[in-house]
Design a protein around this ligand. Structure first.
Ligand code: GDP
Length: 140
């Protein structure tokens, strides 16, 4: 498997509860290297743009309000098969369905407030990384 980069967000429910370090430890234990990271606060409009693909879903407004409600930590994770590996360590969207040991099983509060975001494919990873980081900020 090739070395890949993927985009990750530690969401407001997790930053509020001071879980950034605990979540990063999960990534590192899974063989993912944090090659870029910053703490930012999205405006409601920026959250809406980031999640535009979900515009028609009933939870869109709730999701955007949540993502703009407190700081988030945006990250680039690098490693072998990083996109799939990150999705694995995140666990299922709904924490009630997530496997033992996954981030969402251990930390998520609900299907909406589920602690982390991770890119779902190579194209989205590239686009999401470029939306938040310049090349100079990626230190592999
Ligand atoms: P992911 O790739 O596992 O994050 O899941 P999706 O791409 O399907 O959904 C994006 C995000 O929307 C999820 O991580 C949740 O924060 C939120 N979301 C998804 N389904 C629901 C839902 O039924 N209700 C609410 N409130 N939020 C949801």
């Amino acid at each position: 498997m090739a070395i890949q980069r993927t985009f990750s967000i530690i969401k407001p429910d997790a930053t509020r509860r001071n879980l950034t370090g605990a979540i990063n430890a999960k990534f590192e234990a899974a063989g993912l290297r944090i090659v870029a990271q910053k703490r930012i606060k999205l405006t409601r409009e920026q959250a809406g743009t980031f999640y535009a693909v979900h515009k028609e879903r009933p939870f869109y407004d709730e999701l955007c309000d949540f993502m703009a409600s407190a700081p988030i930590v945006v990250q680039v994770l690098e490693g072998e098969d990083a996109i799939a590996r990150n999705r694995e360590v995140m666990g299922a969207t709904n924490p009630a369905e997530a496997e033992e040991g996954t981030i969402r099983k251990e930390f998520a509060l609900s299907i909406g407030e589920n602690s982390v975001h991770g890119s779902d494919g190579e194209d989205t990873a590239r686009e999401e990384i470029a939306y938040f980081f310049s090349g100079l900020e990626l230190v592999g």
